[in-house]
Design a binder for this molecule. Structure first.
Ligand code: GLY
Length: 365
């Protein structure tokens, strides 16, 4: 079976499961699941950074199946999140994760003026987080001196804002942040830091932190995946070859550390006796590798595609709950190395990126 045929078969399994899951989840904003049942953050944590992924899943499924229920749920979620846009305490750099798969996806598909407006408010807020001295985007509201690798995935919101308005400032900020990240996050061996602290007055880099990984200097796998995919996206939006080269450098580090099984640990440098995994890292890295395969040629392109497939096939065969009776899809997703309650659970963005990767390969993205 060729790769596309394999992906189409997995896409069919996804569709058969999700059409049952959605029937009992229409009013939810899921994050994790307990005993196979999605939780619901709509009343308790509407400002949480992961809340756009459910909408993104809905748009991916709508695009593939044209089932109206997916569109309705995605549109309702987008509206529900309006109160968040007006709450500075929960607006942070994750505007991209929240409004790209919801408002921007809707705008791209329908041209909705309301959706464009939401995307622009989110993008303006993100641009406002820029520290001009240090040339970085502040991640969280509690630390004006911290930037994190995850932010690479929020930059496409700024590229989009420049594309639709013709105003280059959004893209300029995104590129300045990406340039800073290339210099201060990406290490010589292609691994990346999770958190970097800067002096917010002078812009000097102060130190790095292990963040959600094992320790300072280790390599949290989801962070590697955010960097791999994020730099590839910056390349796609700007055509700047150094972003492509940086994504490839991270990809080669990721590939050379991927175990034989294709299953990804929480941190590539976690202690040898720790077997804990994070399926989200595998799904996100697969998305990035698929993009790299499209933008490279020959042997390298083949390598990226082969490695993306290896990750996705391991998830399909060993880490997917295909029964329509349980809500989540991917198992063994992990929040952070030092957070035992978040070890090897189900997390909505694991499902989202797995679906995104499969849809990319099957031609239904
Ligand atoms: N952006 C936070 C995380 O990846 O857990």
């Amino acid at each position: 079976m060729d790769n596309k045929a394999w992906a189409q078969e997995v896409a069919k399994k996804i569709q058969e499961k999700e059409i049952e899951v959605i029937k009992r989840s229409v009013n939810k904003v899921p994050y994790i699941a307990k005993n196979g049942v999605f939780d619901d953050l709509s009343e308790t944590r509407l400002g949480w950074w992961t809340n756009g992924f459910w909408g993104g899943m809905m748009w991916q499924l709508y695009q593939a199946t044209k089932e109206p229920i997916y569109k309705e749920v995605a549109e309702n979620l987008e509206k529900k999140m309006d109160s968040v846009l007006m709450d500075s305490s929960v607006m942070d750099h994750d505007s991209g994760f929240r409004w790209l798969p919801t408002a921007v996806a809707n705008y791209r598909m329908s041209g909705s003026k309301e959706s464009r407006n939401r995307g622009m408010i989110a993008a303006s807020n993100l641009a406002g987080r820029y520290n001009a001295k240090g040339e970085y985007i502040v991640a969280w509201n509690s630390r004006a001196d911290w930037a994190i690798i995850d932010c690479m995935m929020n930059l496409p919101l700024l590229y989009w804002a420049s594309e639709v308005t013709g105003d280059p400032r959004f893209s300029q900020i995104a590129q300045a942040h990406a340039d800073t990240a290339m210099k201060n996050f990406v290490r010589g061996d292609g691994s990346v830091n999770h958190i970097v602290e800067f002096d917010p007055d002078t812009g000097e880099m102060v130190r790095s932190y292990g963040g959600q990984g094992y320790e300072v200097g280790s390599s949290w796998t989801r962070g590697q995946a955010w960097g791999l995919y994020g730099f590839a996206l910056s390349y796609i939006h700007t055509g700047k070859k150094e972003y492509l080269d940086t994504s490839r450098k991270i990809a080669h580090y990721f590939i050379s550390n991927t175990p034989e099984s294709g299953l990804i640990p929480i941190d590539f440098r976690q202690p040898a006796d720790c077997q804990l995994e994070d399926s989200t890292a595998a799904a996100i890295a697969a998305c990035g590798l698929i993009e790299l395969a499209k933008h490279t040629e020959g042997r390298d392109s083949d390598l990226y595609k082969r490695e993306a497939l290896r990750l996705l096939q391991a998830l399909d065969q060993k880490r997917s709950m295909w029964s329509p009776d349980v809500d989540p899809l991917l198992e063994k997703c992990t929040v952070a190395y030092h957070e035992p309650s978040g070890h090897e659970i189900t997390i909505i963005y694991g499902d989202y990126y797995f679906i995104e990767a499969v849809m990319k390969l099957s031609g239904q993205e």
